[in-house]
Write a protein that binds this ligand. Structure first.
Ligand SMILES: NC(=O)c1ccc[n+]([C@@H]2O[C@H](COP(=O)([O-])OP(=O)(O)OC[C@H]3O[C@@H](n4cnc5c(N)ncnc54)[C@H](O)[C@@H]3O)[C@@H](O)[C@H]2O)c1
Length: 320
């Protein structure tokens, strides 16, 4: 077992949703230094307000993580890189080629910097989207990778690239593969996911929208559980070279999810249904046996509680 105490860490996508929660959890580990790399494509400086209040020395680098020269400079003296930066799935539906290239380029650059010995360990973020629609449930890490969108294909390519650098060059790495995340600070503007967008619509008095018939299922994990698992994945050295699902192990349909949000916000009218999104997977349910075995992973926040916390946060944000 290793620790983050006194270590210098760099988080790409650090001003994003999961990145900012990860930084707050990293601070609890008493690191020596923290660098958040973000080009603010979707991230926001204010996402780091809470982290800065307890660790004012955070260095925020407004750079493109796919820029080798700038990243070479940013990783100087860094022990651990947590690679979260990417453009998300909805962007890949409108700008597929650009989204694919940028996502793969970020990981390519980081792999190269790792191969050159410019930092110690890479903790790479994958996504359950790489599996595509479940061929069987629950989905373990051995489920075939059948990405349905250019975003998912880019994430799968990144996973293969990182693993190839482990095999070929001995890069010290672990890949965590989160299923759907939710919680405070999730992007609720362009390209938003179902939970923040539904909350925002209801708060503005607009009918919530479900794409397709809503029977598609997802496995939602509260963001703080993901952040804790990410740190444990670094600390437990038996994880090296492995890819681990990080999920709740519980499945919910989008219809039931939207119903739960409506209940929390006392919204009684039925949601509207719009055309199914291209590439939308039918079923996702994560098998977390490996993460339990390797790092004693256990989700701690139930969906009902997590939705309540998330709604409360957006209520405060919009003073509703
Ligand atoms: N949110 C989820 O449900 C979920 C599920 C599975 C996996 N993931 C993975 O988790 C990671 C974080 O996702 P998130 O939900 O926090 O998304 P996010 O969009 O909130 O965070 C990503 C951050 O990366 C930044 N970014 C984008 N392009 C960049 C570039 N070229 N250089 C530097 N920064 C750049 C964005 O500005 C943003 O702050 C991603 O790797 C994603 O694939 C997320």
């Amino acid at each position: 077992m290793t620790s983050l105490k006194g270590k210098s860490v760099l988080i790409t996508g650090g001003a994003g949703f999961i990145g900012s929660h990860l930084i707050e959890k990293i601070i609890e580990e008493k690191p020596g230094g923290i660098t958040a790399v973000d080009n603010f494509f979707l991230g926001e400086e204010s996402n780091l307000d809470k982290a800065k209040s307890s660790f004012p020395e955070i260095s925020v680098e407004n750079i493109d993580a796919s820029d080798y020269e700038k990243m070479k400079n940013a990783v100087k003296g860094v022990d651990v890189v947590f690679n979260l930066a990417m453009v998300p799935l909805p962007v890949s539906l409108v700008k597929p080629s650009w989204a694919f290239d940028i996502n793969v380029d970020i990981t390519r650059v980081i792999c190269e910097l790792g191969r050159e010995g410019r930092f110690g360990t890479l903790v790479q973020y994958s996504s359950s989207e790489v599996y595509g629609t479940a061929l069987h449930s629950k989905m373990s890490e051995t489920h075939p990778l059948l990405p349905c969108t250019p975003y998912a294909a880019s994430k799968a390519a990144c996973d293969h690239l990182v693993h190839s650098y482990y095999k070929t060059f001995g890069l010290d790495m672990v890949i965590i593969r989160p299923f759907n995340n939710y919680g405070p600070r999730q992007n609720d503007k362009s390209y938003a996911g179902v939970i923040p967008i539904t909350i925002k619509r209801i708060m503005s008095g607009e009918t919530p929208v479900i794409f397709g018939d809503g029977t598609q299922t997802r496995d939602f994990l509260y963001v703080e559980d993901t952040a804790r698992a990410t740190i444990d994945a670094f600390k437990q050295q038996n994880t090296r070279g492995k890819t681990m699902n990080v999920a709740s192990g519980r499945e919910i349909s989008i219809n039931d999810l939207v119903k739960a949000i409506c209940n929390e916000l006392d919204w009684t009218k039925p949601p509207a249904h719009e055309k199914r999104r291209p590439g939308d997977v039918d079923r996702h349910l994560g098998d977390i046996t490996l993460a339990k075995q390797l790092m004693n992973f256990k989700p701690t926040v139930a969906l009902e509680e997590g939705i309540k916390r998330t709604v409360d946060w957006y209520r405060e944000k919009y003073s509703v």
